[in-house]
Design a protein around this ligand. Structure first.
Ligand code: RB5
Length: 149
């Protein structure tokens, strides 16, 4: 799939609302079609409401990939990984972002807005988008836990 055809659904809670806006701009500049699942202001909300929205859309195949953000990224990754076919990876660094694609074929990137800065977050998104899955033995390993769903 070329990047022009890529659609990504993104979501956050209030703690990552400002970061979500920046990531959204970055994706739009890359001509990626972005669906913003909320939240829509810095007013306090509950992160599961938005994690569930994004994870549902990826789990059902409506979107191939998603990006979730909250304060630490922990809550969003816990929520998202409850959904079948979702492989959400909490990546607050570049190495984890790269390996989550190469070895784990992550389909939701999760970041913590209170943990990392905006520039690093953007670089993490870039690496995550541009790194393909290695397949091979890693596919076999994914299949072993896909069966749990
Ligand atoms: C909100 O205060 C905070 O708990 C949330 O953003 C997230 O870090 C949860 O894991």
């Amino acid at each position: 799939m070329t990047e022009q055809q890529l659609s990504i659904v993104i979501g956050s809670d209030h703690a990552a609302y400002a970061l979500k806006a920046k990531i959204k701009d970055y994706l739009v500049k890359r001509s990626i079609d972005v669906r913003d699942a909320g939240c829509h202001s810095e007013a306090s909300v509950d992160y599961p409401d938005f994690g569930i929205k994004v994870a549902t859309m990826v789990s059902t195949g409506k979107f191939e990939k998603g990006i979730l953000m909250c304060g630490t990224g922990i809550g969003m990754s816990m929520v998202a990984n409850k959904f079948p076919q979702v492989r959400a990876a909490l990546c607050n660094g570049l190495f984890a972002a790269m390996m989550s694609r190469r070895h784990n074929n992550s389909n939701i990137l999760v970041m913590g807005a209170r943990v990392i800065g905006d520039i690093l977050a953007m670089e993490i998104v870039k690496v995550w988008l541009e790194t393909p899955f290695d397949g091979g033995r890693h596919q076999r390993r994914l299949e072993k836990f896909d069966r749990i769903d």
